[in-house]
Design a binder for this molecule. Structure first.
Ligand code: FAD
Length: 391
């Protein structure tokens, strides 16, 4: 399948893609199906990606990472999904550290980043969403109150993915009551919580079983003591710090959706060529061809926006609109491709052994997380088109 790549470093990207494909080839459909049935974590897969250094792609070389560009990181995530694997088990290890990298002190970076790059410390968990406030992040209720050289944390998070498979948690909590904060966006702070020390002494983790194999949880904080030295950046500025990290998250997850769409399109195309009904391949019928062709066009459009957002990001330019549009278009493309692939396979699409129903369930998530489609549309309406704020 033809791919549009930015002109820079085409050879390196080709090599990175090839290496990811080779690694993923060791984790075929049977591996994922067995885990899916049990809702079990793909430990071997995550270990292999970590050892190969792929999850440390965005960590600068001075901290032991590979110092690759966002374009290369996106290519890694795309290839994982296009190979039929599921990067959601570990994608946060790639981008969550960005908040620490951009806003942490020299001492914090020297303390944490080399161990994260080496895979000795897993920074896989990012606690933003709460059960009462949902998409309205500025209304979150978890509090962090300074007491001497600690902050005392109380509250609840929901949908904190990978918390059971992470050593560290990047947590956003309110340090100044909303009514006393200078602006709407002030008063939230970001902490790096060492969950190895905290479990049983302030954090309770409850897994949530979902429609796909995704290790997500709810967290309860009950007088959790976090050393003040684990505050990232300035107290009260945390919302700005996480917003800057969200562009990276959106670009990488959009790249995953492009990978999913490529997987579905390839599966559907192969099947449409070989399945004979009424004495001819089903792919000879335009009623079967056109949805595949449309899914391909939608995927390519989303892919261009992912590349555009990644290029702006790595040039240090503003990319909020592009990162959001990449996520919107790519998530829609992967979902359209999933539905098309299921339909192309007729009844066989519903059988576990074809992997389609599994990938179908997995890719549906990206209409909702890490930001739902409506919230992206609101962002574009307000911030790009200048329409009145709707909420
Ligand atoms: C499997 C899974 C993993 C996740 N992992 C993480 C994680 O690791 N860390 C984390 O912090 N969060 C995580 N999330 C949470 C995810 O980011 C949220 O579910 C998502 O942002 C939507 O928030 P909500 O579920 O509270 O929906 P709500 O905010 O309750 O919204 C419900 C629906 O209403 C719509 N809606 C709400 N307000 C408006 C409005 N003003 N205009 C138009 N439509 C509106 C939304 O678009 C949505 O469709 C995860 C979620 C899932 C399901």
């Amino acid at each position: 399948m033809a791919e549009a790549e930015p002109t820079a470093a085409i050879e390196d990207l080709a090599q990175i893609r090839e290496s990811v494909r080779a690694l993923c080839g060791k984790f075929p459909g049977e591996y994922w199906r067995a885990l899916d049935r049990e809702r079990a974590y793909p430990t071997e897969f995550v270990t292999a990606l970590t050892k190969a250094g792929f999850l440390a792609a965005l960590i600068p070389e001075e901290y032991g990472g590979s110092g690759l560009s966002m374009t290369a990181a996106a290519a890694i995530m795309e290839e994982i999904q296009a190979s039929g694997c599921n990067g959601a088990a570990c994608h946060a290890q790639m981008y969550t550290m960005g908040t620490l990298l951009r806003h942490g002190s020299q001492a914090q970076k020297a303390r944490w980043l080399p161990a994260i790059a080496a895979g000795e410390l897993r920074l896989q968990a990012f606690g933003v969403t709460e059960p009462t406030s949902g998409s309205d992040t500025l209304n979150l209720r978890t509090t962090a109150v300074r007491e001497g050289d600690h902050y005392i944390i109380n509250g609840q998070k929901i949908w904190t993915s990978r918390a059971e498979h992470s050593d560290l948690l990047l947590l956003i909590a309110r340090t100044t009551p909303r009514e006393s904060a200078k602006t709407r966006t002030d008063g939230l702070s970001v902490f790096l919580v060492d969950m190895r020390l905290a479990q049983g002494t302030g954090i309770t983790i409850n897994p949530i079983r979902t429609m796909m194999n995704h290790p997500t949880t709810e967290l309860f904080f009950d007088d959790l003591r976090v050393p003040a030295e684990n505050l990232i950046g300035e107290e009260g500025q945390g919302f700005r710090y996480i917003l800057s990290g969200m562009n990276a998250e959106r670009i990488l997850i959009a790249a995953e959706c492009i990978g999913d769409a490529k997987w579905f399109i390839r599966k559907a195309t192969d099947y449409a060529k070989e399945r004979i009904v009424f004495g001819r391949p089903i792919g000879q019928n335009q009623g079967v061809q056109f949805p595949i062709a449309r899914a391909y066009a939608q995927m390519r459009a989303g892919e261009l926006m992912v590349h555009s957002a990644a290029s702006l990001y790595e040039a240090g330019r503003e990319c909020g609109a592009e990162a959001n549009m990449a996520k919107l278009l790519a998530a829609e493309a992967s979902w359209e491709a999933a539905d098309m692939c299921l339909q192309t396979h007729g009844g066989f699409g519903f059988a576990e052994e074809f992997d389609i129903e599994r990938k179908f369930r997995e890719t549906r998530l990206y209409q909702t997380a890490p930001i739902s489609t409506n919230l992206i549309l609101s962002y574009l309406a307000e911030h790009v088109l200048g329409l009145p704020r709707s909420y």
